[in-house]
Design a binder for this molecule. Sequence first.
Ligand SMILES: [Zn+2]
Length: 426
Amino acid sequence: MWYRMKRGPIMLSSKVTLSMIIMLGARTLAPQIPPQAPLRSKRIVLAASAVLDGKGRVMQDIRIVIEGSRIVAIDPKAGPVDYDLRGLTVLPGWIDAHVHIAWSFGKDGKNGGPGGTPEEVAYQVASNAWVTLMAGFTTVQSVGSPADFPLREAIANGLLPGPRILTSGEPLMGQGEKTGTPEQIRAYVRKQRESGADLIKIFANYSVRRPELMLSQAQLNAACDEARKLSLRTLVHAYKDAVRAAIVAGCTEIEHGVLASDDDLKLMAERGIYLDPQAGLVWENYLLNKERFVGTPGYPDTLEGFAGMEKLIPMYREFMKRALKIPGLKIVFGTDALAGSHSRNAEEFIDRVRDVGVDPMAAMVSANFLGAEALGMANEIGSIAPGLEADVIALDGDPLKDITAVRRVVFVMKGGVVYKNVARGL
Ligand SMILES: [Zn+2]
């Protein structure tokens, strides 16, 4: 199930000389790549009639003033207007707390399948980033793959269009004793930090049907404690008893969480631990693409095996309903987007609102301010306010009245650069 990108040969162009390589090795060269960030206008004014500020408030008839990558003012009289977004719903770019941005169908059409050249694989990953951005997601947390690192850098340097990426790189897979001693696990966490990980992803057990613990309490404690010392967040894939173990270890966020007890959920709320449950997209995607997943690592070997998956959907939804009732529990928006569902991340909003009964405004906030807070980035992204990054999207429709409006993203700005501005039909 845990697809790793194959590493291709390192190719050097004929212009790269031996002395350049030596200098690169010594890290003495000035940056090799000139900045190619998309051109940013000095000042941009957006006119909007309905704005969700990301924190649960609605602003009406305002203008958003942007300079460089940031919002500098909310001023109803600012002008001249560069983009007229009146009649649309304007809100901060969405944040997806849980994606696998590098996971794709291979050239053979199968999940993580072989056959593609390194260039084909790289373009596929770049495409995942592009379609995610076009769907209104301006920041994603990938959990994760080593292939995320160069993608993160290319996007951050303006070389490729895509969402801002935070990544765990290779996750820590619980494998019982084989995972290592607590000291070895601490060393692994330090190594991940050195490799550039923004967070640590940990698998404490396998699935809702195989919930036996794959890490001891001492092992989990070591992982979360070492990460905390390095100011890294820990996201723990956990079901049933593993949820309690991850809470006790002091992790930052629980992924999935199904079969956790109400007491576990209350303890999470008390300790400010975020919960990232799913209401449907990930399963809908498996069922939609079952021929492409069948027989690939981590998935059922027969098509009949997918029938069991269908039965899990109500279990996930019941769990989220129960979690919603826990006062103060912080539920973030994470889709588990992977092969087949990149670009359809927003379908998870529809599942949450339609099938679980999440309040539409709470659904938006879970992918805006709350999502940013969970990343430790609430001062940077997730709200529309002066001083924050200009990540702004617009929907044709009002998601508070019709949640399917999340499918109609007609404007996308990230860091002050407009990547999408689709003319409205008559
Ligand atoms: Zn996942």
